[in-house]
Design a protein around this ligand. Structure first.
Ligand code: NAD
Length: 266
């Protein structure tokens, strides 16, 4: 059933749209919740069936991979297939519309920082995306981070899994940030810079408990930037946001898109 927007929420949306319209630099910070309405389970939700007996650390860490590389490869394969089968939702699409409009305005800037690895923002059409935790559709080798491209088409039945790097023969892994690993050393400083510079940050579908990523909106706040949060639940960030829009992001972002359009073109 479609979620209803009540009057006070409508007022909040109008205020959020006004802040976005006034901003010279709009930043967006997303987490797993933005993909929920596309049918992508959160990390823990995904540990069902075959995978129910494994901890996140078994499936998403370097020690876990070294202990059982084939099993970890297959877990990522199953997640990749799941993501491949779904479509971006209205929330992803509203962010594309916002970016496109802002891009056409002289001197204005839009940056989307995501903790998601599902590529759905890019598939929807978002262009200026900073991926803090990598991308499940990219691969690199374990020892030296050499990029690796999976051959197109089905793998041979007897193919070695995980595949081996053509350059150094180490095992190939998904190019995502695992537990205990550093975030990409180019993306993290760029994200902090955006947090310091953007006038407003929309924080969508994240519990804001995974660090250092969760420090990005906190930094924006420290620098006096406005924070607008969209989440059906309160998060660790909620006490410090300027506006909390409570509800699912596909619904609320679509409404925000309409409100923004009214604000900028009347
Ligand atoms: P999280 O699972 O900790 O929190 C999800 C948040 O989304 C919660 O605050 C929840 O209330 C909110 N939410 C639930 N339904 C929503 C909806 N319909 N609309 C908006 N918000 C909704 O996710 P996190 O904060 O992103 O941190 C988990 C980590 O796991 C991240 O590092 C991320 O990289 C990774 N992860 C990524 C994906 C993905 O790529 N889609 C999926 C699962 C986990």
């Amino acid at each position: 059933m479609a979620e209803k927007i009540n009057t006070s929420q409508q007022e909040q949306l109008a205020l959020a749209a006004q802040w976005l319209a006034e901003a010279n630099h709009v930043a967006v910070f997303t987490g797993a919740g933005v993909s929920k309405e596309s049918g992508i389970p959160t990390f823990r939700d995904a540990q069902t069936g075959l995978w129910a007996n494994y901890s996140p650390e078994d499936l998403a860490s370097r020690p876990g991979f070294l202990k059982n590389p084939r099993m970890v490869w297959e877990w990522y394969d199953s997640r990749r297939n799941k993501v491949w089968d779904v479509e971006p939702n209205d929330g992803h699409r509203a962010l594309v519309a916002l970016e496109k409009w802002i891009e056409t305005q002289p001197g204005k800037q839009f940056t989307l920082i995501t903790q998601n690895i599902d590529n759905l923002h890019q598939r929807a059409g978002s262009r200026n995306v900073l991926e803090l935790h990598g991308n499940i559709f990219r691969y690199k080798c374990l020892d030296q981070n050499h990029p690796y491209r999976i051959p197109e088409g089905p793998l041979a039945e007897d193919a070695e899994l995980p595949p081996r790097c053509e350059w150094c023969d180490s095992m190939v892994r998904p190019d995502v940030v695992w537990f205990g690993e550093m975030l990409p050393d180019d993306i993290l400083p760029q994200s902090y810079q955006v947090a310091r510079e953007a006038d407003v940050m929309l924080v969508i579908g994240t519990s804001c408990v995974v660090y250092p990523a969760a420090d990005i909106p906190v930094t924006a706040k420290k620098f006096g930037r406005r924070l607008i949060e969209i989440n059906p639940e309160e998060s660790a960030l909620s006490p410090m946001v300027d506006l909390l829009l409570k509800g699912p992001s596909a619904v609320l972002l679509r409404s925000l898109q309409n409100e923004f359009l009214e604000t900028v073109v009347g």
